[in-house]
Design a protein around this ligand. Structure first.
Ligand SMILES: NC(=O)C1=CN([C@@H]2O[C@H](COP(=O)(O)OP(=O)(O)OC[C@H]3O[C@@H](n4cnc5c(N)ncnc54)[C@H](OP(=O)(O)O)[C@@H]3O)[C@@H](O)[C@H]2O)[C@@H](O)CC1
Ligand SMILES: Nc1ncnc2c1ncn2[C@@H]1O[C@H](COP(=O)(O)OP(=O)(O)O)[C@@H](O)[C@H]1O
Ligand SMILES: [K+]
Length: 451
């Protein structure tokens, strides 16, 4: 059992292919059962376990785990909604020599293990099954989901039925989109991986520790990265972005336009806005959008920035003015929240992973689709889904902080995908370091601490 950090994210179809490529599904189910039984034994210290088994291979995993727990002397009962339908589940059921209670009549146990449905769920649970799952989950002290909580759609994290909250979800073989994407991700409790030795490959993975650029003996302010932040109507947002770029590690931040606010850090260099200011070849990234406004002046600034040929971070208001299909002369990172994303790319089909990936391919830019489950997508198809932020980030200005931090990483010479990943990670860690009820200014300050 290990954390899912850095692991590949596989759709249900990709999981089936990985299983087929391995070739021995019975062995994989035995491995899964062993991992589940081992985890439960370690965590629940002898308390009685009730395992709910479904008709497919998720249920099969449950029968195997129950047999192994029983062989080890652990008190375990099984309840099922019906007979197993798959060959593997049937074989696993045959090797269980205890009783199988009808789900509707099952009495609760302190530990509930849900092995009803996993990646094969294709429609809402039958009403009776959903009701029994809730009844038994409510009465349990500790709830464990095998692979996925029953009722969540593996590929997009939607809930096909009402899903109870779990304390632990044991992801089998690989992470799935639903382990990361909301609302499903909010119902899983801790997510831990049981390695099945599949060595799955995917272009999508869970965020891991990112290597951040470090200054060395030969560093100077321009080599650390020079960021230009283009201000507009709402000065505060560009201020936050500028300070955040410095605190995330940029060597020099040039704030273009806007008024000189009292008490702002003197480390930010301020100039009036002019398109010519962007001619400085040392500028490694331009951040535009926080507080820009959407008027003609804002549009003119965005046009000048797009024509500058400098690497770009495009956020906030600038996303409402941008034509995502227009060719650009330089790499760009777009950082929309869901509303900005929908306005820019349309509502679209599929999971947030699918949609961010399609948007990156369409725009030729790295797309950071922000939220509790931030998705970073590169035009080449790579995707990273972030974990480890904080719901306290839902306060005004935290996106401006991310835009500034992203500019810092881009200006330091990281690729747009690596820059976006590093910034999202740093931002999430800063949020955690801030604790509760912080404001965006605190978050910007915390960037220095977590670096
Ligand atoms: N891939 C791997 O490497 C490994 C995978 N493993 C395990 O296999 C799991 C995937 O197994 P799976 O494909 O059999 O799917 P699963 O989730 O058990 O359900 C499918 C069954 O439910 C049925 N059904 C569906 N929806 C329904 C509904 N609403 N209401 C009622 N019935 C419904 C569906 O029937 P049908 O849709 O045809 O009616 C079918 O019978 C995976 O999560 C993991 O636990 C591990 O053992 C080891 C390695
Ligand atoms: N509930 C939440 N949980 C985790 N992160 C969140 C949540 N809500 C917002 N965030 C994060 O906070 C930031 C908000 O950015 P944005 O919506 O652009 O705000 P603003 O425009 O006010 O700066 C993003 O990085 C987003 O991922
Ligand atoms: K399950």
């Amino acid at each position: 059992m290990s954390p899912i950090t850095g692991t590949p994210i596989l759709t249900a179809a990709e999981m089936r292919s990985a299983e087929a490529a391995h070739g021995d599904s019975a062995f994989l189910m035995e491995q899964a059962g062993q991992g589940i039984a081992g985890a439960i034994r370690r965590l629940v210290a002898g308390a009685e376990v009730l395992i709910l088994c479904g008709p497919g291979n998720n249920g099969g995993d449950g029968y195997v785990a129950a047999r192994l727990l029983r062989e080890q002397g652990h008190a375990v009962r099984i309840a099922a909604a019906g007979e197993p339908k798959s060959d593997l589940a049937r074989a696993a059921r045959t090797r269980w020599d205890g009783p199988v209670e009808p789900l509707a009549e099952a009495q609760p146990a302190p530990v509930l293990v849900d092995a009803l449905f996993g990646t094969g769920l294709s429609r809402p649970l039958p009403d009776g099954v959903a009701t029994d799952l809730h009844r038994l989950a409510e009465a349990a002290r500790f709830r464990v989901a095998i692979d996925l909580p029953s009722g969540v759609a593996s590929d997009d994290g939607c809930c096909l039925s009402m899903v109870p909250r779990f304390d632990l979800t044991l992801a089998l073989g690989s992470a799935k989109p639903a382990h990361l994407l909301y609302p499903a991700a909010g119902l899983m409790g801790e997510v831990r991986l049981i390695d099945l030795g599949l060595a799955p490959v995917s272009r999508a993975s869970v965020m891991r520790r990112a290597d951040l650029p470090e200054p060395g003996p030969a560093s100077h302010k321009y080599s650390r990265g020079m960021v230009a932040v283009v201000a507009g109507r709402m000065g505060g947002a560009a201020e936050l972005a500028a300070v955040s770029a410095l605190r995330a590690g940029a060597g020099y931040v040039l704030h273009l336009g806007g008024r000189d606010p009292k008490g702002a850090p003197h480390a930010v260099v301020r100039r009036r806005w002019s398109a010519e200011a962007l001619d400085d070849v040392r500028i490694g990234a331009v951040v535009i959008g926080p507080g820009l406004g959407r008027d003609d002046d804002a549009r003119a600034r965005l046009d000048a920035v797009l024509a500058s040929g400098r690497p770009l971070v495009i956020d906030g208001d600038a996303l409402h003015l941008l034509d995502p299909d227009a060719p650009r002369g330089a790499p760009a990172i777009l950082t929309p929240h869901q509303g900005e994303f929908d306005a820019l790319f349309g509502k679209g089909e599929g999971s947030r992973i699918d949609r961010a990936r399609a948007a990156a391919a369409r725009s030729g830019a790295t797309v950071v689709l922000k939220g509790p489950d931030t998705v970073i997508a590169d035009p080449d198809g790579r995707v990273i889904v972030a974990t480890g932020g904080s719901p306290w980030l839902s306060t005004a200005g935290t996106g401006d902080v991310l835009a500034g931090a992203t500019g810092a990483m881009l200006s330091a010479g990281l690729s747009p995908f690596d820059a976006a990943t590093a910034a999202v990670r740093l931002h999430g860690r800063a949020a955690v370091a801030c604790g509760r009820s912080f404001i965006a200014d605190d978050l910007a300050a915390a960037l220095s601490r977590v670096r």
